[in-house]
Unconditional design. Structure first.
Ligand code: THU
Length: 132
């Protein structure tokens, strides 16, 4: 992916991360994806006093995309608050995979914006699917 596009995803994910609602964990996450049509959707984690109702940033971004009428993820970037690269949790991998291909790039960023590139196929080689 071009550096310019990755930069746009980083900016969108960082802006969303600033809007994270994480008063319980104090762990703010942002995610941004670009669709095959070129639109960008972002999401942040939204926690709840009933902890298990929390939604991760990645799923929030995917649901924003679906609500806007799109379903094809070309690439996704995740911005975390730590010195480590923020890797998506298992539940989010399954949800991203629903709208991605095994080759879809996943950029996992540390707090400084350094990223590690992987793919959905690497992160979730066997997604659950009703078609196979
Ligand atoms: N979280 C995300 O938003 N994405 C991830 O990939 C991992 C975890 C959120 C959920 C919760 O609000 C906080 O980070 C701590 O787990």
């Amino acid at each position: 992916m071009k550096d310019e596009l990755k930069e746009r995803l980083w900016q969108a994910a960082s802006a969303a991360r600033e809007r994270a609602y994480a008063p319980y964990s104090r762990f703010s996450v942002g995610a941004a994806l670009i669709t095959r049509s070129g639109a960008i959707y972002a999401g942040c984690n939204v926690e709840n006093a009933s902890y298990g109702l929390t939604i991760c940033a990645e799923r929030n971004a995917v649901f924003q995309m679906v609500a806007a009428g799109e379903d094809q993820i070309a690439a996704i970037l995740i911005a975390g608050p730590t010195e480590e690269f923020l890797v998506p949790c298992g539940a989010c991998r399954q949800v991203i995979a629903e709208f991605a291909s095994p080759e879809t790039p996943v950029y996992m960023c540390d707090v400084g914006g350094n990223s590690r590139r992987s793919t959905m196929g690497e992160l979730l080689p066997y997604r659950f699917s009703l078609n196979s």
